[in-house]
Design a protein around this ligand. Structure first.
Ligand SMILES: [Zn+2]
Length: 419
């Protein structure tokens, strides 16, 4: 392990701590391991002489790296999350650093049936010669988002060792991102950057600056219960009405049939349901605000149709806003966030591709609060599964990219010092 670069050593250290988010928990953070990792990061930040290091009672870790003299640009926030997904086991993670990858199918010591190969995971072929990092097959790896944490920590350590030009940096490690609560207890006054980046995206040389517009609809159906033997013309079965509404969702507008920029309707839960009452939650997603509104109207129309077909029934639709596409906030609030991100890649001789996120991110909610926050790659792949992987080289590349990003902000917003 000692022959590995520092960012990879940090990563291997952090993934060993179980920070699985617990959706059933009522505590903040939802699992004790997140506090444990937060304490380690706090101590390491103090050791590398970061400023204003603070680990709060909710588990968030904050720190500042002062700007180099003459910097006049915005304060830049960097965000990564401490927790890992509850979708796969995250306790006793035993990471394996593999020999340089040769394109073959990888096997796992803890599960002889499990394989990771380029046929199902073609991105592997872009990593020939990389030292891939996986779990032993019994857990996820935790690259989402301990890769982001390790990269940011290494950036802070390296910047504090060298006099290179940089903006003022505000670091924030959040908790419970994986259960949708990453921003709930964020102390915005303490964090307070003008623009930010989350380091939480999969892949290499990718920036994610678009999310769905998202809403959650609760459909409540009241029917009429009557003895089934004497129900003719009287019974209105709420379960039948619910299934009739579900059946109206076009086959091609469901999560299992959509990808890329296509939105969807998703019946998330159905129940409690009996003859007299049924309730379901439908989530709707669309990259365009107008598209989301149209989907919400469509569900209302279906509800009205079903009510009209069954006199005596009631079908109501309650709408809850979840999050908005961050693209609009990012481009309106400060277009430099994306411009400098591209410049930083260009300076390294690579091109950033921009991909939409088919889900929410901390950045979407920060952007809604007025801090434009796209999401930057951290090198990992196949998140939320026991097949999750990253590579030593990807971690180094992501770190180099962040350094380039800082240098580009400094070059754009710095003023030459006179002495
Ligand atoms: Zn993540």
């Amino acid at each position: 392990m000692n022959d590995l670069p520092s960012v990879a050593q940090r990563f291997l250290h952090y993934v060993a701590i179980d920070t699985t988010a617990n959706p059933e928990s009522s505590t903040v953070p939802s699992s004790p391991g997140q506090l444990e990792l937060g304490r380690i990061l706090r101590d390491e930040l103090i050791a590398v002489a970061a400023s204003e290091v603070h680990h709060d009672s909710n588990g968030y870790v904050y720190a500042t790296v002062p700007a180099s003299p003459g910097y006049q640009g915005p304060v830049i926030g960097l965000v990564a999350h401490l927790d890992t997904s509850p979708d796969a086991p995250g306790n006793s993670v035993r990471p394996i650093v593999r020999p340089p990858y040769d394109g073959s199918v990888l096997t796992f010591p803890a599960d002889s049936y499990l394989t990771l190969g380029p046929r199902e995971h073609p991105a592997l072929l872009d990593h020939i010669g990389h030292r891939l990092i996986t779990s032993d097959g019994s857990t996820l790896l935790g690259s989402d988002d301990k890769a982001g944490v390790a990269i940011v920590m290494q950036l802070v350590a390296d910047l504090n060792r060298s006099p290179t030009p940089r903006p003022e940096l505000r670091i924030c490690f959040t908790v419970d991102e994986e259960i949708g609560k990453g921003i709930d207890y964020l102390d915005v006054d303490r964090f307070d950057p003008q623009v930010a980046y989350t380091i939480d995206g999969s892949g290499r040389d990718v920036i994610y600056a678009e999310t769905f517009n998202a809403a959650s609809l609760v459909v409540r159906i009241n029917g009429r219960a009557v003895h089934p033997g004497y129900a003719k013309g009287l019974m209105i079965n709420a379960i039948q009405l619910a299934s009739s509404l579900v059946g109206r969702i076009p086959l091609r507008e469901r999560p299992e049939t959509t990808s890329g920029r296509a939105g969807y309707y998703h019946v998330h839960t159905l129940g409690p349901a009996d003859v007299s009452h049924a309730e379901m939650r439908i989530i709707v997603r669309d990259f365009e605000r107008g598209g989301l509104e149209a989907r919400i109207d469509q569900v209302r129309t279906w509800a009205t149709e079903i009510e009209a077909l069954h006199p005596g029934s009631q079908v109501s639709v309650a709408v809850m806003h979840e999050y908005s596409n961050m693209r609009d906030a990012i481009t309106h609030l400060d277009p430099r966030v994306m411009e400098v991100a591209q410049e930083a890649a260009h300076a390294m001789g690579v091109r950033l591709t921009s991909e939409p996120v088919r889900g929410g991110t901390d950045g979407a909610r920060l952007s809604e609060r007025g801090i434009p926050t796209p999401n930057i790659f951290n090198g990992g792949h196949d998140y939320h599964s026991v097949l999750e992987w990253n590579s030593v080289e990807n971690l180094e590349h992501s770190l180099a990219y962040l350094k380039s990003l800082m240098a580009c902000w400094a070059a754009r917003c710095g003023r030459p010092t006179t002495n």
